[in-house]
Design a protein around this ligand. Structure first.
Ligand SMILES: [Zn+2]
Ligand SMILES: [Zn+2]
Length: 48
């Protein structure tokens, strides 16, 4: 069975498979930023 999780970015709707916390490096860096970005810019269809 494949484990799926929602991306760790608060504004991201992507589903992440396996042990990854974020769907992309964009989400990962956005979470670490001082300003909380609620609009995801990962470019995936589910966030467009
Ligand atoms: Zn996203
Ligand atoms: Zn994401």
């Amino acid at each position: 069975m494949e484990e799926t999780n929602k991306c760790g970015h608060a504004g991201c709707n992507c589903i992440v498979k396996g042990d990854d916390k974020y769907c992309s490096a964009i989400c990962q860096s956005a979470e670490g930023a001082d300003v909380e970005e609620l609009v995801c810019e990962c470019g995936h269809p589910s966030c467009a």
